[in-house]
Design a protein around this ligand. Structure first.
Ligand code: NAP
Length: 477
């Protein structure tokens, strides 16, 4: 079947606030280069970096080029040359209105044709958001073609209260169709595929319910430490950084009802329904040994670099099925996966140590899907062993890195892969009580369990799942 490749549906200008920073360098520049290389860009587009660090257009182009070369060892030189011709830079303040006015004048000299979409990408720390919102609203950034679109990276606030404040600040000046709340996990094919796999395969539609599933495990392990991002990470911790948005979104895609329509509100509504049904059972918090000796980390830091959670859903499909989530830094390997374990049958009940049937959907480092079945050992007796059958999931259609895909959607005005406030608030309602009790009191779940770098995490996380008669599944590949 011929797949229509998504291209930028309109001429556009992308203004990158915080273009001198880490997200821009690591994710956005390589994604934009890929769009040019894959011929997804329109003829007329402009990428304009906006930040306080003084840089000329030329210096910014070198900065952009270096970032791309760091990720792509053999870049397409012609594509790189083409995209650099579309790149500009403005040294400006986030707080002073005058800076925006001067910038807008400069923008008009860059944009030859006013019939285009303008997007503002917030690649700055959240503290800087309110000033930028206010100043963008005082200067008219709308174009003939469309009102300005704002793309805002997760995390959305620091807790429920700040997320509500963010919504208020945005809604004061912008309409819902202008607001694009981005969690890059939703741009990953493997994450959307969780829902598609369930509803396109009758065996999974039938089996993935409380009747057959004994437990679900969602794992996101990182082998890297905080990589010098002390200020950011120590303030946030793994619960907010990984669980609040990325992993609760994975859980939502895995367990939600198929939306009635493909509209943004139908998708967001079904996800929010799952997230609202979550009850937290137990929590384990961990910290890797040596974290408090990292540059910039206070010696007495109580920030968790690891967490394991037991969740229960009051959702009709999943009532009574425990969901275990774990995520951490400086662990044995990089591994993101979803494991669905099926209830034991007679052989497993009668033979201790015989593994359950499992469906393993691996998202990182490579996408693959595995079924773990039991097969009879040869001979007269009915003895069994594990039969693993699996395949890599190759993207064979319209394949793009996540920020590229999401940018094309924003240019087209499609919001289906972006988040809604209802689901963001629901996720904060899960995380907030855990954080609050650790901020103000040392309750039992706030205990920090130290773990060795390169291990699979603290022992307490094993005990959390073992208490229910299960074991974490740790892939060997
Ligand atoms: N890095 C990632 O992989 C990643 C992943 C997911 C989400 N995010 C989110 O994306 C946003 C940007 O992340 P980042 O890692 O690129 O941040 P960053 O490198 O710390 O900051 C980006 C730029 O913002 C400006 N900036 C820094 N601190 C500021 C402050 N207190 N007030 C105003 N401006 C400030 C700096 O530019 P100038 O000084 O030149 O103006 C800096 O180069 C954040 O909201 C972050 O939470 C990042």
């Amino acid at each position: 079947m011929k797949i229509p490749f998504q291209i930028a549906e309109s001429n556009f200008t992308l203004v990158l606030f915080g273009a001198s920073g880490s997200l821009a360098k690591l994710k956005l520049f390589p994604a934009l280069y890929e769009l040019e290389k894959e011929k997804r860009m329109p003829k007329d587009y402009a990428i304009v970096g906006y930040a306080r660090t003084p840089m000329t257009d030329e210096a910014f182009r070198r900065f952009f080029e270096k970032a791309v070369r760091q990720q792509e060892k053999n870049p397409d030189e012609a594509a790189l040359k083409r995209i650099l011709a579309h790149i500009h830079y403005y040294t400006g303040s986030y707080t002073e209105q005058a800076s925006y006015k001067t910038f807008l004048k400069q923008l008009k000299t860059i944009e030859k044709n006013p019939s285009r979409v303008r997007l503002a990408y917030f690649s700055v720390p959240p503290d800087a958001f309110p000033d930028i919102f206010k100043n963008l609203a005082t200067v008219n950034w709308n174009t003939k073609k469309a009102p300005l679109r704002l793309i805002i990276e997760k995390p959305f606030g620091y807790n429920l209260a700040s997320a509500k404040k963010l919504k208020k600040a945005l809604q004061k000046n912008f309409k819902p169709e202008q607001i694009y709340l981005l969690d890059h996990y939703l741009g990953k094919e493997a994450v959307s595929n969780l829902l598609s796999l369930r509803y396109a395969n009758s065996i999974l539609t039938t089996l993935m319910t409380r009747e057959f599933v004994s437990n679900i495990q969602i794992t996101a392990m990182e082998d890297k430490d905080i990589e010098g991002r002390a200020n950011y990470f120590d303030h946030v911790g793994i619960l907010r950084d990984m669980v609040q948005s990325h992993l609760l979104q994975v859980l939502a895609y895995l367990t939600m009802y198929s939306p009635r329509t493909k509209t943004k509100s139908a998708i967001q509504h079904e996800k929010a329904r799952v997230l609202k049904s979550i009850r937290v059972g137990k929590v384990v918090r961990g910290q890797y040994m040596g974290y408090n000796k990292e540059p910039g980390i206070p010696k007495d830091s109580q920030t968790e670099t690891y967490t394991a959670l037991k969740l229960l859903l009051k959702h009709p499909l999943w009532k009574g099925v425990p969901v275990y989530i774990r995520s951490g830094k400086s662990l044995q390997k990089k591994w993101t996966s979803v494991v669905i374990e099926f209830a034991p049958r007679r052989p497993q009940r009668e033979t201790p140590g015989l593994p359950p049937n499992r469906l393993v959907i691996q998202l990182q480092p490579h996408e693959k899907i595995e079924f773990h079945l039991l097969t009879k050992l040869g001979g007269k007796t009915f003895d069994f062993h594990d039969l693993t059958t699996g395949r890599p999931i190759y993207c064979s259609g319209d394949c793009l890195v996540e920020h590229g895909r999401l940018l094309l959607d924003a240019i087209a005005g499609k919001q289906g892969l972006f988040l809604g406030f209802e689901e963001i608030f629901a996720a904060w309602r899960v995380i907030d009580p855990l954080q609050k009790s650790c901020d103000h009191a040392r309750s039992k779940h706030c205990e920090l369990h130290l773990y060795k770098k390169g291990s699979l995490g603290p022992k307490a996380a094993d005990e959390l799942i073992q208490a229910d008669g299960f074991e974490w599944f740790n892939s060997t590949s």
